[in-house]
Design a protein around this ligand. Structure first.
Ligand code: ZN
Length: 149
């Protein structure tokens, strides 16, 4: 587990310092605002849907390193995927960070997102890590806003 913890630190720091897809999205077809009052994380996730495909995904906002890194990695993880694939990743990711039984069986599918397994040891951070995903889902469902409370 300590190897994974080191990787976790490294990846979070990297994505926090240089978040990927960190900009407003011109021509976005969907967007939503996410807020985690517990920590103060706020972000807007933008989507450009092409049929059922998440053709482009981006985000802007401010928050803690975990929320930002998670949003950054989420955009990389779902870009180019279909909506059902994105929903499935969210579900696997949520199981992973909350430590749901069986979550470890899907690490391959989660790819790089697996490093967030470390979050389960810090329950207050689970909402930080999952905020981007809740916001993505709200955007896909055309809900303008989501709060983790
Ligand atoms: Zn946070």
């Amino acid at each position: 587990m300590s190897d994974l913890s080191d990787l976790y630190q490294e990846v979070i720091l990297d994505h926090n310092k240089r978040p990927r897809n960190f900009h407003e999205l011109a021509g976005a077809s969907h967007h939503a605002l996410g807020h985690n009052p517990l920590c103060g994380d706020r972000m807007t996730v933008y989507l450009r849907m092409d049929g059922d495909t998440l053709a482009d995904v981006s985000f802007v906002g401010s928050g803690c390193a975990i929320s930002k890194a998670s949003a950054s990695m989420m955009t990389e993880g779902v870009k180019g995927r279909s909506r059902p694939q994105a929903e499935r990743l969210f579900s696997l990711f949520h199981d992973l960070v909350t430590g749901a039984p069986g979550a470890e069986e899907h690490l391959d599918e989660l790819g790089k997102l697996r490093i967030f397994a470390g979050v389960r040891e810090f329950p207050v951070r689970v909402k930080c890590a999952s905020l981007a995903w809740h916001t993505l889902r709200a955007a896909m469902q055309h809900q303008g806003k989501v709060s983790t409370e």
